[in-house]
Design a protein around this ligand. Structure first.
Ligand code: UT7
Length: 332
């Protein structure tokens, strides 16, 4: 056993300029600001506008900003994992496109698809490459252009999602900081409640799939909500228990931003006060793979070396999990 761990050593985020407010949504579907705010906590979300722009453009911006902050060249990166549910295309991978856009000529790359848990699964996967000694500088990018698969006539889903991207750099450390533990779960029985039917190998795009709106997200909200509350709370409690952590030991909970009520239930179960919960759902909505890195990015200045941080996510599949890490640097 080596004592090499994978530490997040840098973070950056990127969101598009266009702000889609609850008020604008009121003019599009039968909804209102009060309903959206009380049921989800969301006030506004960002939308990527512009012909020919996709997930890779947001991911590349986040990655470029991160490299600049760290004073690194893209050629220093040896692996890029892109967590996304909205790849630029089915293939090639968005990670390959980002590598090209930022000039990462020495990296191999792939996409990791685990719906809203993708960023968390990607961080845990990247950690294994670092712990094994095979790779030294890994970019994990969580990026989604959710507006490309949202039906803006469906009030149950269009109020939730937004676009955005975040990127973290993972490097080896031997000072005890970094990723300490991870728990990842999936259960395909949940696939019926949150999915996009069209465009895959079962239902390739056709006039019929377009007419039936099968290239949009379909979500049975209440069912997903119930599983999400239990899944995220259970897995967060489990990772705390097996690492002998109490609520007082946890400096920050970084939850996937799907619904403020799910986040509150998770924090409550963990015994973590709301002052220690990163929450930006009110400004960005659910950016799927962007949520956790966008939180870390916005809170970076408040993080201190040694802070115990729990990341937690739940998403389509179902997929869910938690990561326990010790923050590796003083950010101020
Ligand atoms: O990130 C991946 C995982 N996803 C999640 O974790 C999402 C989990 N689900 C949720 O967050 C919630 O279920 C939603 C926000 C999607 C919906 O909230 P809800 O409290 O579960 O509402 P509901 O679906 O039970 O609907 C309650 C009522 C219904 O009306 P009736 O039947 O009571 O008359 C809906 O038709 O609210 C109505 N409704 C709306 N009203 C105004 C549904 N959507 C809207 C809306 N505006 N946008």
């Amino acid at each position: 056993m080596t004592n090499v761990k994978a530490a997040i050593t840098g973070i950056h985020g990127w969101v598009p300029n266009y702000v889609l407010t609850n008020q604008e949504l009121e003019s599009m579907v039968d909804t209102n600001d009060e309903w959206i705010t009380t049921r989800t906590g969301i006030k506004e979300r960002r939308i990527l506008k512009g012909e020919g722009l996709g997930t890779s453009d947001m991911g590349a911006e986040a990655a470029k900003g991160l490299l600049e902050k760290k004073g690194l060249s893209a050629e220093d990166i040896d692996l890029i994992i892109c967590a996304t549910a909205t790849p630029d295309m089915l293939f090639p991978s968005t990670a390959c496109v980002i590598a090209d856009k930022i000039g990462a000529q020495n990296a191999f790359g792939f996409d990791l698809m685990a719906a809203c848990s993708g960023f968390l699964f990607s961080v845990a996967t990247a950690a294994k490459y670092i712990e094994s000694g095979s790779h030294k500088r890994i970019l994990v990018i969580g990026a989604d252009k959710m507006s490309s698969i949202v039906d803006y006539e469906d009030r149950q889903t269009c109020i939730i999602f937004g676009d955005g991207a975040g990127a973290v750099l993972l490097e080896p450390t031997e000072d005890g900081m970094g990723i300490q533990d991870s728990i990842m779960k999936s259960n395909g029985e949940g696939r019926h409640y949150l999915h996009m039917k069209g465009g895959g190998s079962v239902k390739p795009a056709s006039h019929a799939t377009v007419d039936a709106k099968e290239h949009f997200i379909h979500q049975e909200g209440q069912t997903v909500f119930k599983f999400a509350v239990k899944g995220m709370a259970d897995v967060s409690a489990e990772i705390m228990e097996r690492n002998n952590l109490t609520g007082d030991d946890v400096a920050w909970l970084v939850p996937h931003q799907a619904n403020k009520r799910i986040i509150d239930a998770t924090a409550n179960r963990m015994g973590v006060g709301t002052d220690k919960v990163m929450l930006n759902i009110q400004r960005y909505g659910n950016t799927t793979n962007g949520t956790i890195p966008l939180c870390l990015w916005e809170w970076e200045n408040q993080l201190n070396k040694g802070d115990n941080i729990i990341l937690a996510a739940f998403g389509g599949g179902f997929t869910w999990g938690s990561v326990y890490l010790k923050w590796a640097y003083d950010s101020k």
